[in-house]
Design a protein around this ligand. Sequence first.
Ligand code: NAD
Length: 449
Amino acid sequence: MKIGIIGAGYVGLTTGICLAAKKHEITIFDINEEKVNHVHSGKLPFFEKGLQELLNTTITKNNLHSTNDLDILIQNTDGCFVCVGTPTKNHTIDLSQIKSAIDALASAIKNNDKENYVIIVRSTVTPSTTRKILLPILEDKLNQNFHLCMVPEFLREGNALDDFMNPDKIVIGSIDKYGINFVEEIFIDFKGNCEFIHTNLESAELIKYANNSFFSMLISFSNEIANISEKIPNVDPYQVLKALVSDKRITSQINGQSIVPGLDSYLVPGCGFGGSCFPKDVKAILNFAQSQKVSTPLLNAVLQINDERPDKMIKLCESILGSLKNKKITILGLTFKPDTDDLRSSPSIDAIKLFLEKGAQVSAYDPVIKNISNSILLPKECTYNLKIEESLENSDAVLVFTKWSEFKSLNFELLNKFMKKPLIIDGRGFLDKEKFPDGTYYKIGFMKE
Ligand code: NAD
């Protein structure tokens, strides 16, 4: 099939590259010329595990084209996914990118006399946005000669390729049968391996928010259990939550084999969730609920607990080192999770700011963040090192914020060689405690002796 992608970001490019690998003919459009040129020359404009390799193949096979001319996309395709950003602005969802993308799309469909074009909203938008805001923009220019669907994306950055290729469900919200058939045909290869859920536009929109709110809630729940654990001698909150997951209402048994559910990876205490989805989507649905006069004490708490996590890490550090003024602090891991270079709403960035406010000197190292000059998210007062050893040099404390596999090899000898005095705080609870003598390794959620 000939399919267009509007927005060459994490979702747009993953969608485009994966569908091209499934033998569809893909044309990608973005208003950012630099990104289009990147894709054109076969280079991914961001890091996502395995995606560059797949891009190389699809480009070579001539299945994937990029353009900064929307007319070309329309002429070459019968329908397109709209994958532009829907960030948060003043605590609410900012629809400016999607409104302008839909408006430009409507004009291009009209100018090219394209009949029966299918517009598939892939961006995450609050309930009723597709019908009440986007549909009128299209109707204004096109009368009824188009089809509109809302097909949310559930991929996780860091695992985007595998998630896209092995989805649990494909949710198809549509205003008509033509749209449903078109989307089903795109995903025909996935039929049999995952559930196709047909809904209206509004339910499709809310399913996405329910998903992200649920997983955010599990993380905040785990952190609340950790907060309680910290007040009880000898309690290990990681063990407590692991035991919870083994409950047969959560972990199913098939032929005597325990099927560990993916949600065990969310039932882990730590420095909190970040990224481009969980924080912004929980905020957006909270704001939407408020606008409908619905009270949301549970979701309020999910955000509040999460907002406090970076500060918890700093307080633990302070309780060991005393005043942080002029102390040298090393932050390991800048991205919100491993195997991506996405820095949006990363807890480590909040922590860097808090340490700087306390008068600490902060240095940071991340395996994939090498060029910080064009990042507006990273505080300039922090030093960013290209080697872990440089970052550790003369440090009073090391705090691990991202579960990068490279950090698994951290040990006492390395810390002892470079730091003033070894002290490591594991914000993801994944390092091997046995590698560090007593009094040098701390996890949050444990009572401090
Ligand atoms: P992104 O910021 O990485 O990419 C958005 C792209 O859209 C950018 O390249 C931008 O230049 C482009 N763009 C903006 N306005 C445009 C326009 N008018 N025409 C063409 N291109 C335009 O965003 P993302 O992380 O890929 O997220 C896209 C959407 O998918 C969001 O709604 C997000 O909530 C949702 N989503 C994201 C993820 C994720 O893990 N990143 C997962 C599921 C859903």
